[in-house]
Each structure stands twice: as structure tokens, then as C-alpha cells.
Design a protein around this ligand. Sequence first.
Ligand code: NAP
Length: 167
Amino acid sequence: MEVILLMAMTLDGKIARDSLQLVDWTGKADKQYFVRLTRKAGVVIMGSKTFDTIGKPLPGRKNIVMTRNSDRKSQDENLVFTDQSPTQIINSLGEEGFESVALIGGAIVNSLFARENLITQIHVTLIPALFGRGLSLFRDSLDVKLELVENREIEKDHLLLVYRVIP
Ligand SMILES: NC(=O)c1ccc[n+]([C@@H]2O[C@H](COP(=O)([O-])OP(=O)(O)OC[C@H]3O[C@@H](n4cnc5c(N)ncnc54)[C@H](OP(=O)(O)O)[C@@H]3O)[C@@H](O)[C@H]2O)c1
């Protein structure tokens, strides 16, 4: 199973100024890349704080939202709230026939997946901006080595960087 971490990041490594900020500061090409990759995967996994900034499930994709709040329930078959571990989630998606999944943040959930060594690729769009403070790509300390497999300017001043995680 390919687990693709898909994020937009400022040059100083920030993904948001705080956990409530909507990702509305990237470019058109990044948004198109996000839609293309997540639709191809067919499934996105995110933390409840990221879900709350978006406010609704992404259409045409299965949305898995990690939360420990058992009051959060959904009638929509494409929106699943879960407190399962990352490994359990990935195993279930594998059994359902998914071959790749898009992990779409935020920092807390990214760290949960990294801790279980599940991330196989990282696709980052480097946005020409600096926040100075804010949330990083991951919240916890890590020791992960990467191999750059692609880099291209997808829009003026916006660099797409694709890395493979070295197992
Ligand atoms: N730049 C980008 O590309 C990008 C992408 C995505 C998100 N973001 C930004 O990142 C920010 C949110 O990130 P964040 O790190 O604060 O939060 P997050 O990772 O989106 O969500 C954290 C939440 O996940 C749930 N959770 C944590 N551990 C869990 C576990 N073991 N099992 C089940 N659920 C668990 C908890 O929800 P409960 O409190 O409900 O239990 C926790 O509050 C937002 O500002 C968003 O816009 C940026």
C-alpha cells in the first residue's frame, strides 16, 4: 500500500499558522495536484482538526477522519470517523481494495503515521511564503531518510517536491 503524505508547506516548513487555519494560501496548481492525486487514490485520511477547517467531506473520495471523540458520527458512507490506529486503518483499506491512500494532515496525524512507519511517499508543494511560527509538517521528533524522485515548478515560484521514504 502506498501511503502518500500530501501537503503544502511554506519555505520555513510550516503547514498552518495554527490548528484552526484553513489551507487557502496555496496556489491554483497545488489545488489541482491535490484533487488529481486524492481522486486517483480514492481515499483521504486526516485528523479531526483538519476536517473541521474544511468543514465537509471531500466529494468523490472516501474521507477517513481520525478522532477520539465517540460523539462524532456520520450517516454519509463516504465519511468515516475512527479511533483506530493508523496500521488498523491502512489494513482495512487494503482489504477494501485500495492500493494507495492520501494522508492529508495535519501535523498530529502525520506524526501518528510516521511513528508507525507507514508513510511511503511525501509530496510537498513549497509555497513562496514564510509564516515564522506555526505548525510544522510533523509534531513529534522523527528520524526518517528520504530520496528525491521529482522536483518541478508547478506554478511560478511554487515547487512540487516528491520524495520516497527510504525504508
Ligand atoms: N498545509 C497543508 O497542506 C495542510 C494540510 C492539512 C492540514 N493543515 C492544517 O493543519 C492544521 C491542523 O493540524 P493539527 O496537527 O492541529 O491537527 P490534525 O492532525 O488535523 O488533527 C488532530 C486531531 O486528531 C485526533 N487524534 C489525535 N490522535 C489520535 C489518535 N491516536 N486516534 C484518533 N484520533 C486522534 C484528535 O481529534 P479529537 O480531538 O477529535 O479526538 C486530534 O485533535 C489546520 O490548521 C490545517 O489547516 C495544513
